[in-house]
Design a protein around this ligand. Structure first.
Ligand code: FES
Length: 87
């Protein structure tokens, strides 16, 4: 693998919310390092706007995209067992 094939560094730029598609896994929502300074808060809601509780001070959350999690909308790792493929 040469440098051109290397993935970009996994540093979330200040002021940016990144949604990273993990290979064969969940969508990872990553908050910026300066989220607190900027007053940004990550909220995940259902279709009626009711919030799912999130752990305090967690800078990222993994959302299931395989459809097999028992803890939807969050990833519980089941994608590894169900053979989910998603580059
Ligand atoms: S993506 Fe992880 S359980 Fe669905």
């Amino acid at each position: 693998m040469n440098a051109a094939d290397s993935p970009p560094p996994r540093v979330n730029p200040a002021g940016s919310v990144t949604i990273r598609c993990r290979e064969d896994g969940p969508l990872v929502v990553e908050m910026p390092s300066d989220a607190k300074t900027l007053g940004l808060v990550l909220r995940v809601t259902d279709h009626l706007g009711r919030e799912f509780p999130l752990p305090d001070h967690k800078p990222s959350v993994a959302l299931c995209r395989c459809g097999h999690s028992a803890d939807k909308p969050f990833c519980d790792g089941t994608h590894r067992d169900c053979g989910f493929k998603g580059a």
